[in-house]
Ligand binder design. Structure first.
Ligand code: KIV
Ligand code: ZN
Length: 526
């Protein structure tokens, strides 16, 4: 669809002002500058850099950003109060494109309980504030705070008056997230119908997310003719936050049919990196399932979905991850994954396994691991392949392990092994200096192979509390050194597997399984 000039939507970012007002999101000057540079790269049209009257730090931040950024308009917020307006004007004075954003509440509840002023006074103050700011900076935005709860006819009178006083943008805020998409669209339509001079200004909207409708409300306003949206990265902002920029921008980019071909100048492939940056500097994590920029936004686990995506990405993805700056879709391996997805991941990891090997791995250890662990990472798969496929012959296989340990007690391990050649199972128990020692002794008794441990290392192969532990060890077997490796979510089990792996290595070079000891035979399970 060709881009029409009258369908261009101005993106006004208020991450550094409304976003920074969200509890826990405060940023220092260096961080604000870093975010401002990222916003410029992202292509936002207006950066609301702060509320200069509120503190010296806020004033300095707005001033520094005004000096730093070249392309976007830099706005400073002010109440309809002389000292606020003068301070905002001073803060943005060095900007190439300065703007003052003046606000005054217009709703009945704010007029009567917060401001204690009649409608006529509100009108007068709005006009006086606009005129004062306009005299300082030509680009002037006025916001009737709590507009969504203001009587529509009074709102129309205020909007008309501030346009006459010189407001180049009039912003209609849903300050408390009270609006619904249909109601908000009708409010904007009401203004277009009842404000005679409305064509002289840009109508903006600023929606809060208290009912989770900020983005939907903003988009409905765009359908009604609003041509500036105020938003924040990751939807930061007071209480439940503001409309999320990434969601508005991608809704317009993905569904031009639904929004009359409205478009923005945002470089969408910068959305994800900017989201990460804001999350890092504010310390506010982005929910995994957050639209557009969440970790899971382009991740698929279900076998059916992953299979569809592998065949044709658009079966289950309406946006190309690259379009928002995510390198590629992620096919997450977990208990819902299918064999096709598993085979694909093995291929990507460079493993060339036969169909039988893949099936054995998939239906065996992969499924068993997936039951224990929510997400299976590449390292997990590598560990599985290494320990199960590309391995030395298994003379003994671990069947069961039980360990009793605690402070002051005597660690005891009961181990059950299968002798793979005969399929017979043997079980024995041993005590040791610690649980690992007890396990090793029990395995030695069962296999009748004695190893002298020379090195034992344990590490986590993946992150998180369900991480797999990897044990690597080295031991002396007569003149030879043998190594062993074992992986499990249980580190004691990983130790047992590593020790048995070393024993299998030791006996395999001698030509195969050794006969079970007499003691082991006595304890054989039938
Ligand atoms: O939510 C609001 O009303 C505001 C105004 C200052 C625009 O943030
Ligand atoms: Zn707000």
């Amino acid at each position: 669809m060709a881009k029409q000039a009258d369908k261009r939507v101005i993106v006004f970012d208020t991450t550094l002002r409304d976003g920074e007002q969200s509890p826990g999101a405060s940023m220092n000057l260096t961080e604000k500058l870093e975010v401002a540079r990222a916003l410029e790269l992202l292509g936002v049209d207006v950066i609301e850099a702060g509320f200069p009257i509120t503190s010296q730090d806020d004033f300095e931040a707005v001033r520094a950003i005004a000096k730093e950024v070249k392309k976007p308009i830099v706005a400073g917020l002010a109440r309809c109060v002389d000292k606020d307006i003068d301070r905002a004007a001073e803060a943005v004075a060095d900007a190439r494109r300065p703007r003052i954003h003046v606000f005054l509440a217009t709703s009945r509840i704010h007029r009567e309980h917060k401001l204690r002023k009649a409608r006529s006074e509100i009108l007068r103050l709005a006009v006086e504030g606009t005129e004062r700011a306009k005299a300082a900076v030509g680009d002037l935005q006025f916001s009737p705070e709590d507009a969504a709860r203001t009587e529509p006819d009074f709102l129309a009178r205020v909007v008309e008056a501030v346009i006459d006083a010189g407001a180049t943008t009039v912003n209609i805020p849903d300050t408390v997230g009270w609006a619904t998409p249909d109601g908000f669209r009708r409010l904007i339509e009401h203004l277009f119908e009842h404000v005679p001079n409305i064509a002289k200004t840009v109508i903006a909207v600023h929606c809060h997310d208290d009912l989770g409708m900020a983005v939907a409300n903003s988009l409905e306003a765009v359908r009604a003719g609003a041509r500036q949206v105020e938003c924040t990265i990751n939807g930061l902002g007071e209480r439940a936050g503001n409309a999320a920029m990434e969601e508005i921008v991608m809704a317009l980019a993905t569904r031009p049919d639904a929004y009359g071909g409205c478009w923005t100048n945002i470089r969408t492939d910068r959305l994800y990196p900017t989201s990460r940056l804001v999350s890092r500097v504010t310390g506010l994590a982005v929910a995994r399932n957050k639209a557009v920029v969440g970790e899971n936004a382009f991740a698929h686990e279900s076998g059916i979905h992953a299979d569809g995506v592998l065949k044709k990405r658009t079966t289950y993805e309406i946006m190309d991850p690259k379009a928002v700056g995510v390198a590629k879709s992620r096919l997450v391996l977990g208990k819902h994954s299918g064999r096709h997805q598993f085979r694909q991941r093995l291929k990507e990891l460079g493993f060339r396994l036969s169909a039988d090997e893949i099936d054995r791995l998939f239906f065996g250890s992969f499924k068993a691991l997936a039951d224990r662990k929510k997400e299976i990472f590449d390292e997990d798969i590598e560990a599985l392949v290494e320990s199960e496929v590309m391995t030395i012959p298994e003379t003994w296989r671990l069947q069961g392990l039980q360990v009793a340990t605690g402070t002051g007690g005597m660690p005891t391990a009961t181990v059950e092994l299968e002798e793979t050649e005969t399929g017979e199972a043997v079980r024995d128990a041993a005590t040791g200096d610690g649980p690992v020692d007890a396990i090793f002794r029990a395995i030695e008794r069962l296999t009748d192979v004695a190893l002298k441990l020379s090195d034992y290392q344990i590490r986590s192969v993946t992150a998180g509390k369900e991480a797999q532990g990897e044990v690597r060890l080295e031991a002396q077997y007569g003149e030879r050194t043998v190594s062993g490796r074992g992986v499990s979510t249980d580190v004691l089990e990983a130790s047992a597997r590593a020790f048995l792996n070393a024993i299998n290595r030791a006996v395999s070079r001698e030509g195969g399984a050794k006969a079970p000891t007499k003691r082991a035979r006595r304890k054989r399970r039938t």
